[in-house]
Design a protein around this ligand. Structure first.
Ligand code: ATP
Ligand code: MG
Length: 432
């Protein structure tokens, strides 16, 4: 991508309405634009990140045998009357009527729709277990939308739903998702702590929230200090089952299994939430299947959410510095920012142009800053956008035939020959 032709409205001033770093940085880096309270457009740079996160989530869901569907955002109130939730849900649900005066709503979640689909087709225990998921926009008329995409009114969510013939099956489905979430968040460059949670309005008796520790998080969590020293490979269900962590509402200080000196308190950003709720929806909505002895079975269900758009903010909250964002490679909008320090110098223009072509041919995502801008502005914008690698062509390129390669995270700079530089980038980006 050539920056001179891109749609990247970066801001020099810090937007006054933004209270936390991720919101400020997303506005300043031209990733999002607010349309109304809690409702955002995703601009090209922001959309690239959102789509990368979406892809990783989908890959991990597919890997464990979940099947992707796409349900409508608009739902009939009648389905929610069947489950009994229509009157319970409250003002967060956006309700309206269509031209035929039918009551409709913009889906805040999809248990009713998926249960309606499954009851139409699944008639035998042989068709189960089954887990279906989608990645789609939800609307919740939050009383206080804030922190940009962290608490929006319209937001992108991955929601999955499992159907099993008994409790053991449902628990196995739940645990499969639990483990898969640990892998998913790790691939996104995050360490998520799974905490025991209240199941809230959805109801049920087994539930975990996945929390990213960050001072700006809206939840309060209590956890065993041992979490802080766990390596990636220790983050498994088996290992974590013996470690306590709970969200505010669920934590009882008088019955906490952690020795007092090991209790850690932190603020957390909830990026995922999983529930087992048994036959709550299947029973209310008459979903039954026939068992092996022709008996009637009411399937046991679970639902599994990930806040896809919230994750963009959460990743920035846990990875930025005073100059801007620091993207983990897996979700970076581009791998490399190529900076030509002297646009208009024929020799440098030619070198930068060739390098831009070579990077693309070799499979790198590269953003080439070919703008006729002051060099200070170019460096500042590059740091703000947070691409993992910056490649600078300038005087040294002409004198010594080298490229300056800067690691955005560590700030480390190296002068390498063209050939070494390419090899170095391939090595670090895992593209060779
Ligand atoms: P919260 O406690 O933050 O209000 P929730 O418990 O109501 O969230 P769930 O129903 O569990 O949310 O939704 C699944 C996931 O969707 C959450 O874990 C969160 O990451 C994300 N999410 C929920 N509400 C919002 C929102 N208003 N804006 C952005 N993401 C959200
Ligand atoms: Mg929740």
């Amino acid at each position: 991508m050539r920056l001179s032709r891109y749609f990247l409205p970066t801001l020099k001033e810090t937007p006054s309405e933004a209270q936390i770093a991720s919101h400020r940085l997303m506005l300043r880096a031209g990733m999002i634009n607010q349309t109304s309270a809690g409702i955002y457009s995703w601009l090209p740079l922001g959309l690239r990140v959102l789509q990368k996160i979406e892809t990783i989530i989908a890959e991990e869901q597919n890997r464990i045998g979940c099947h992707r569907v796409l349900m409508p955002t608009l739902q009939p109130a009648s389905l929610w009357r069947e489950s009994g939730r229509y009157d319970d849900y409250g003002k967060e649900m956006l309700r309206f009527r269509d031209r035929h005066d039918r009551e409709m709503l913009y889906g805040p979640t999809n248990e009713e729709v998926i249960t309606d689909i499954v009851r139409q087709y699944v008639k035998s225990y042989r068709s189960l277990p089954q887990t279906l998921y989608q990645i789609s926009w939800k609307f919740r008329d939050e009383i206080r939308p804030r922190f940009g995409v962290m608490r929006g009114r319209e937001f992108l969510m991955k929601d999955g739903y499992s159907f099993d013939i008994n409790y053991e099956g449902a628990k196995a489905s739940y645990e499969k998702i639990f483990e898969s979430y640990l892998v998913t968040f790790r691939r996104l460059g995050l360490t998520a702590i799974p905490v025991q949670a209240n199941s809230g309005a959805i109801g049920g008796n087994l539930s975990h929230e996945f929390q990213i520790v960050a001072p700006t998080g809206e939840s309060m969590i209590y956890y065993d200090a041992a979490y802080d020293t766990l390596g990636d490979q220790d983050m498994t269900l088996a290992r974590l089952q013996n470690l306590y962590a709970a969200a505010d509402e669920k934590h009882d200080p008088y019955n906490c299994p952690i020795p007092l000196e090991n209790v850690k308190t932190a603020r957390g950003i909830e990026v995922g939430h999983i529930f087992y709720f048994g036959t709550k929806y299947s029973k209310a909505m008459n979903l039954t299947v026939q068992g092996p002895h022709s008996e009637t079975i009411i399937p046991e269900m679970g639902s599994y959410g990930i806040g896809v758009s919230r994750l963009v903010g959460a990743i920035i909250e846990s990875s930025h510095d005073e100059d801007g964002i620091i993207w983990p490679t897996s979700v970076a909008p581009f791998h490399i920012g190529l900076i030509n320090t002297k646009i208009g110098d024929e020799r440098l223009d030619k070198i930068a142009e060739e390098l831009y072509q070579t990077f693309q041919k070799q499979g790198f995502d590269v953003l080439y800053d070919d703008r006729n801008e002051r060099i200070g502005v170019k460096f500042a914008d590059m740091d703000l956008m947070g691409l993992p690698w910056q490649v600078v062509v300038g005087n040294k390129t002409l004198d010594q035939k080298t490229l300056e390669i800067k690691n955005r995270k560590t700030g480390e700079r190296q002068d390498l020959s063209f050939e070494e530089g390419l090899r170095y980038l391939h090595h670090h980006l895992g593209t060779l």
